[in-house]
Design a protein around this ligand. Structure first.
Ligand code: NCD
Length: 294
């Protein structure tokens, strides 16, 4: 079983992971198993929480290390790399700058492939920990929520995976971004097909008082073809204590992290801030994922 994107997971699959994550305890369930960590792009949380999760289940990890220090530097193709790594490990976690990389890798190997981010495409396990965090902090059912997703909706893979998953639950979504960074057509089409009510607005001020969750994201500078385009939008869409003045008391503020400038540090002390808790939830959620996949 591979985990490539949330679009291909059913609502039941998602709930099963969240339920498992809520009860999972350290064990020796994966004793003797090895998980390969292949990160062709920078990562802190995803890499370390997969590593921790595997070890908490009694398993081990092998890490390719940086692209700079691997044979990728010599021109090896992704297909060859994963075929070799398949001989060393029982499952592969892959992050790659190219959209579709995880799908491609999965075609070449028999061991499970978990997509840890493919370019501007998808990041399914991030969504699982996002939903876990929402469920932990909001009493209402996922389908009854109004979720604001703000920032770089075009290149942000966490946004795409989250939107697909929320659509399955029937949540209401408001996308907040500059016109140049709206959600891509494929996401729009999918939401339309699911019959999801969604809105697109330029600023959060008019909707903040109706949101259950505000999901802020980083402007994905590394994916901008033109640096000037980046300069135009950098710094907008920043959450400050003023932004939250009219928010509901129980608004949950999330961010996949790393943040650059999107959330002012003085928001960290407010009751809304859940992004560090969210990052910590990466461990139980990825334990549940590994437990189910391996
Ligand atoms: C995200 C990613 O890599 O897509 N980070 C993460 O895994 N938590 C978000 C980002 O880089 O902005």
């Amino acid at each position: 079983m591979d985990i490539i994107n949330t679009k291909e997971m059913s609502k039941d699959d998602i709930v099963a992971v969240l339920d498992r994550a809520a009860e999972i305890e350290p064990s020796d369930a994966l004793d003797g198993d090895v998980l390969a960590l292949l990160f062709f792009e920078p990562s802190t949380r995803t890499r370390m929480s997969f590593d921790t999760a595997m070890k908490r289940l009694g398993g081990d990890t092998v890490d390719m290390g940086s692209v700079e220090s691997s044979s990728v530097k010599k021109g090896e193709t992704l297909a060859d790399t994963v075929r070799v790594v398949e001989g060393y490990a029982d499952a592969i976690v892959l992050r790659h700058p190219r959209e579709g990389a995880a799908r491609l890798a999965a075609e070449f190997v028999d061991v499970p492939v978990i997509n840890a981010g493919d370019g501007a495409g998808h990041h399914p396990t991030q969504t699982l920990l996002d939903l876990y965090t929402v469920r932990d902090n909001v009493a209402a059912a996922l389908g009854d929520l109004h979720v604001g997703i703000m920032g770089d909706l075009k290149y942000g893979r966490t946004v795409h995976s989250l939107a697909f998953a929320l659509a399955k639950f029937g949540a209401r979504i408001t996308f907040v971004s500059p016109p140049s960074l709206r959600v891509p057509e494929n996401v729009r089409t999918e939401l339309g097909r699911a019959g999801i009510e969604f809105k697109e607005v330029d600023g959060v001020d008019d909707v903040i008082d109706t949101l259950d969750v505000l999901y802020a994201t980083r402007i994905q500078k590394e994916r901008f073809p033109d640096e000037k385009e980046y300069e135009k939008v950098a710094g907008e869409y920043r959450v400050t204590p003023e932004t939250l003045e009219t928010a509901r008391d129980d608004l949950v503020l999330m961010h996949p992290l790393p943040r650059v400038d999107e959330i002012a540090p003085d928001v960290d002390e407010t009751r809304h801030a859940k992004y560090f808790e969210q990052a910590h939830n990466g461990v139980p959620v990825r334990m549940a994922v590994l437990d189910m996949v391996m």
